[in-house]
Design a binder for this molecule. Structure first.
Ligand code: ADP
Ligand code: MG
Length: 350
């Protein structure tokens, strides 16, 4: 998710200027779009003055650009520097935002039983998913994947003493892409609340957090269909809540007729293949994002156990054959766009 940002940053900078004249108005609603975190970000703000909306857009763009640079796993920047030190076995001083990412991801690493493992940046690279263009790539050889698995990088290999980080395993390469969007959106939401906004949505490529309502009416949110580019289901949301989806359609390449995508199973070293998409609804955006990735990896046999262990109840999963699994807690809130087209199986998470 952080991968297409080099080109996006320039565009975002241009949009920052354009944003001042380009805020759309729709009965008290301001809408603005810009590129950040490798995706199109939509900011929807209700009931604020034009000036306040412009201030919010500028803040959000600046925050996203700063986070993108600091958290990029391999480009120059705070996390890139940390990774270069960890690879040599040296201790490295980290800043507070990297420390927060490490600490939060440790919780998700533990509650997902290691299926959410941000130490697998090396595997992401082995598959070529660090490249911005995924054309003309082939999967790595079985031997290369086997060798990687033997190096066995785990977040547990990373020791932290206050702001000093060290890895016992040089194969650890930290990539927080599995939850950085959620963590980043939550940070932008906090910032916008601090400047006095009460009703808005921060939406990064369909992953979003809502705050408040649209003049007392809930926000209407669409969940993307993993195959036909349309909307699979919609739900009404108000207060503080978020929706995050991990899908095999986000970043992938086709090789000899087979799809290889960017959500990797640390147990096999290959893309997790049971689902086309996993959607989580939860008030905490960082958890929703991490859980969407973890349940995708967990697959059909383990997703219920991992959902319970991570503390998420509102889950929708699209299986490989297009059937939909949905928890009763989420089913009661969503409306399917065209129920006749897919089999919907309701699962009770007790
Ligand atoms: P998206 O970024 O498309 O919304 P995800 O939130 O699932 O989707 O994040 C996918 C990214 O997470 C990958 O590009 C990679 O950087 C990272 N990742 C892949 N597999 C794992 C995993 N098992 N655990 C943690 N992070 C992962
Ligand atoms: Mg995720």
């Amino acid at each position: 998710m952080l991968l297409n940002m080099a080109k996006c940053c320039c565009v975002a900078a241009l949009l920052l200027v354009a944003a001042c004249d380009n805020v759309a108005h729709d009965q008290g609603v301001h809408k603005e779009e810009f590129l950040a975190f490798g995706t199109l970000v939509n900011l929807v703000i209700y009931g604020e003055s034009e000036q306040q909306a412009h201030t919010a857009v500028k803040l959000a763009i600046a925050d996203f650009m700063q986070m993108h640079q600091a958290w990029h796993p391999w480009q120059p920047g705070a996390l890139g520097d940390v990774n270069r030190s960890l690879a040599t076995g040296k201790s490295v001083k980290i800043d507070a935002s990297i420390s927060e990412l490490v600490n939060k991801s440790r919780m998700y690493y533990a509650s997902s039983k290691g299926l959410f493992n941000p130490a697998i940046g090396g595997l992401v690279k082995l598959w070529g998913f660090e490249q911005s263009e995924l054309t003309a790539i082939a999967p790595p050889s079985h031997k290369a994947v086997e060798q990687y698995l033997q190096s066995n990088p785990q977040l547990a290999d990373v020791e932290q003493d206050d702001l000093i980080l060290r890895s016992r395993n040089p194969a650890v390469l930290l990539d927080f892409g599995g939850f950085a969007k959620g963590f980043g959106i939550a940070k932008v939401v906090d910032h916008l609340k601090k400047i006095g906004l009460h009703n808005f949505i921060v939406n990064a490529g369909g992953d979003l957090q809502v705050v408040g309502s649209k003049g007392g009416e809930p926000w209407l949110i669409g969940i993307r269909h993993p195959r036909n580019n349309g909307i699979l289901a919609s739900l009404k949301m108000s207060g503080e809540n978020s929706v995050f989806t991990s899908g095999d359609y986000e970043r992938y390449f086709i090789f000899e007729g087979r799809r290889y995508h960017h959500i990797l199973d640390p147990r096999t070293g290959t893309p997790a293949n049971d689902f086309q998409s996993v959607t989580i609804v939860h008030p905490e955006a960082a958890l929703a994002d991490a859980a969407a990735t973890a349940l995708f990896v967990a697959g059909k046999d383990a997703w219920i156990a991992i959902a319970k262990s991570m503390g998420v109840q509102q889950v929708m999963l699209v299986e490989r054959n297009g059937d939909v699994l949905i928890t009763s807690q989420l089913h009661q809130r969503v409306e399917f766009t065209n129920d006749s087209e897919q089999v919907i199986k309701i699962v009770s998470l007790q």
